[in-house]
Ligand binder design. Structure first.
Ligand SMILES: [Fe+2]
Ligand SMILES: [Fe+2]
Length: 272
């Protein structure tokens, strides 16, 4: 693939003391871009939520440390054990000597030797559990869509921000801060498509039980939903995102790129 200079978005303040750290994949290489975000909560005990991809390490650390000093970080919450969420965990823990990694038991099993953080710096927080960050508790709530059994989202009740991990995901055409910048039909199609890629069992789930998992997030009444693979979801679009998710098990969606798409990409590279 040709090397393309990646657009950098400065972190977005999405609520008081709460910042979305932006990254994305696919720029100049694919028809759509995939967001790859993380979150920083700058409270009494600052929290970093997910740690991005290894190839973005320098920019990720620079963005995080532009918001909070490394030695002030007390918690690094990992939503699940995929590389786009754990890619800079070791680097961040090395740079933040007072941080504890918020994981769960199964994550430590699945990551095995790739989890290069000593156990005395772990804290296990499962779905439905909470942890105290000095001036409030944050709540681990599994989102309706997920691609790892270790997944928990994170709800901060003070600003009403829910970190959805891989749920509420969408592609984007250009680096984008807020889904308000997306065409609404593109967003709806993108969300149901990514939901079905992420959780391919959606069409076979019991709809009543699935809707209950969406109800669980809706009942938090979040003012803002942010996740690894979506621009920020704010205002009236929170309700739209939740409604889109409710439709995902029955909605039609775009097929995954197949070999013919790869052939086209490789042909373009050869021709360039
Ligand atoms: Fe994932
Ligand atoms: Fe992810």
């Amino acid at each position: 693939m040709p090397t393309v200079r990646k657009t950098h978005l400065e972190p977005s303040r999405i609520a008081p003391d709460t910042f979305l750290v932006h990254d994305h994949a696919g720029e100049g290489q694919a028809p759509v871009l995939v967001p790859l975000n993380s979150l920083v909560i700058r409270g009494a005990e600052p929290v970093v939520v997910d740690t991005g991809m290894p190839e973005n390490r320098e920019q990720f650390l620079s963005d995080v440390f532009s918001i909070v000093e490394p030695e002030d970080i007390r918690w690094v919450f990992i939503s699940h054990d995929d590389i786009d969420h754990t890619g800079n965990l070791t680097a961040l823990m090395d740079a933040a000597p007072n941080a504890v990694a918020v994981l769960n038991w199964f994550m430590t099993q699945r990551m095995g030797g790739s989890l290069d953080v000593p156990p005395h710096r772990w804290r296990w927080v499962g779905d439905g559990e909470s942890f105290d960050v000095g001036d409030r508790a944050l709540h681990a709530i599994r989102p309706p869509i997920f691609d790892s059994p270790t997944t928990r989202g994170l709800f901060d009740p003070t600003p009403g921000v829910y970190w959805s991990s891989d749920s509420f995901a969408t592609p984007m055409l250009t680096p984008t801060r807020d889904v308000a910048e997306l065409d609404s039909a593109f967003w709806t199609n993108g969300q149901v498509t990514f939901d079905n890629y992420m959780s391919p069992w959606l069409p076979i789930v019991d709809d009543r039980r699935f809707q209950a998992t969406v109800d669980r997030v809706a009942s938090l009444d979040p003012a803002v939903i942010v996740g690894c693979h979506t621009p920020a979801i704010t205002g009236d679009r929170v309700a739209t995102a939740i409604a889109n998710t409710r439709r995902s098990p029955t909605a039609s969606f775009d097929p995954e790129p197949d070999q013919s798409v790869l052939d086209g990409l490789l042909g373009a590279v050869v021709a360039a």
